[in-house]
Design a protein around this ligand. Structure first.
Ligand SMILES: Cc1ncc(COP(=O)(O)O)c(C=O)c1O
Length: 400
């Protein structure tokens, strides 16, 4: 049986380390509970603890009752595309799109995976740290020769280094607001990145999964509002509307050829996104009153959580942490607290294990690229305020 040879690219895909971390935590939980009488504090997940808003659930039920149960239209239902075009104007200040510029996908993940596949075996690049799924899944799947462009310690961009790497690449992957740092790239930064890509004939893949989760009056800037045709933006309803399990998103570009290719890829792979889910997604995007209310409520809660986590971490000597303006992650550097004599492999897991032994589940920085052995990602997507405080106390104990 072992003599079968399957596709190298698919065999090369690695399991998300976050899944194995969650499994390890589950395994540890009984021992921790017996020892302390307490539950673990979970900071590892990227899934929101809000329910999907009722107006969206109602729209899905209504669509089912209206018989939206047949095969979906290839590339997406017209009603959803029209809602996307209006949303781009209302939320992203991006104008000039028609239905041929939009394709509906199974969440952000399918859109991104199809795009990496379109550039099969080519050179790509992205900032480091970088979302683990890109490194562990898309890169091996599409056999991409992927270069990591390190952000500076304060997560600003070295534009000379960026240009040096971009000019040899076929595409650049940008994620803003960013997983794992929570960095929201400024309008000026996004424009400069887009202009560099344009100058060197490089495609810009813009992952805007966290576009609505921003704080302190900052707003996300989408490169789609620029008039270049070398840009594609990938969106999802997963984070904005707590719809991770619905699997719905969309990609938009001024370049109709790339949209057509994604439509073909999507059709071959999944024959389109579940029809009634597309109608619920249409309602999610086009009911501005409900959508704005939900986003405001969610962001106020995330902002409170971010503030406690940031203040708690900043109060611990030896931890360096930047204040994020978006998404729901912090990416502190614990380097000063790790013994110098450790081997590279022990170093990258040292803090992760110290935290786990003290009942705190995190994701070790090496999951987000080769430069981040001293970092830890903490997500507050599903961690209430009082649990964050308990988590901070445990982190203090773990590193003292
Ligand atoms: C940076 C980033 N992009 C895209 C996605 C895709 O999410 P989904 O496939 O649920 O839409 C995620 C999910 O965690 C993410 O963190």
């Amino acid at each position: 049986m072992n003599s079968f040879r399957f596709d190298d690219a698919i065999e090369g895909i690695r399991m998300s380390p976050i899944v194995s971390i969650s499994e390890e935590a589950k395994h540890k939980e009984p021992e921790f509970f017996n020892r302390t009488g307490k539950k673990m504090v979970l900071f590892q997940r990227g899934e929101i603890d809000f329910p999907t808003p009722k107006y969206i659930v109602d729209a899905a039920m209504m669509a089912l009752e209206l018989g939206k149960t047949k095969y979906p239209k290839s590339g997406g239902e017209d009603e959803l595309k029209d809602a996307v075009i209006k949303k781009l104007s209302y939320f992203n200040r991006a104008e000039g799109f028609s239905r041929d510029n939009v394709v509906c996908t199974y969440g952000g993940q399918e859109g991104l995976e199809l795009l990496f596949k379109l550039f099969q075996c080519k050179k790509g690049a992205g900032f480091a740290p970088c979302w683990s799924c890109v490194l562990e899944n898309f890169v091996p799947y599409a056999q991409t020769d992927f270069a990591e462009v390190p952000l500076r310690e304060d997560f600003t961009i070295d534009f000379d280094e960026l240009e040096r790497i971009i000019r040899d690449s076929s595409f650049f992957y940008l994620n803003t607001p960013q997983n794992p740092t929570g960095k929201l790239f400024t309008e000026d930064e996004v424009i400069r990145i887009a202009e560099l890509c344009h100058k060197h004939g490089v495609f810009l893949i813009s992952d805007e999964a966290y576009e609505t989760i921003t704080f302190d009056g900052h707003r996300h800037f989408s490169p789609l509002s620029l008039k270049f045709d070398n840009i594609i933006s990938v969106f999802t309803l997963s984070k904005t509307y707590s719809m991770t399990g619905w699997r719905v998103g969309y990609a938009v570009s001024r370049n109709k050829r790339i949209i057509e290719l994604l439509r073909l890829g999507n059709y071959t792979q999944t024959a389109g996104v579940t029809t009634f889910v597309q109608y619920a997604a249409k309602e999610a995007l086009s009911n501005h009153a409900e959508s704005d209310r939900h986003i405001k409520l969610m962001n106020e809660e995330f902002c409170r959580r971010r503030d406690s986590l940031y203040e708690g971490l900043s109060s611990i000597p030896g931890i360096k942490v930047n204040m994020p303006s978006g998404a729901f992650y912090l990416f502190p550097d614990f380097g000063d607290l790790i013994p110098q004599k450790l081997s590279l492999n022990d170093r990258k897991l040292y803090i992760y294990h110290r935290l786990l032994d003290n009942g705190v589940v995190s994701v070790y920085g090496a999951c987000f690229g080769k430069f981040f052995n001293d970092h830890i990602r903490l997500s507050y997507s599903a961690t209430p305020h009082d649990v964050i405080e308990e988590g901070i106390n445990r982190i203090k104990n773990a590193v003292q």
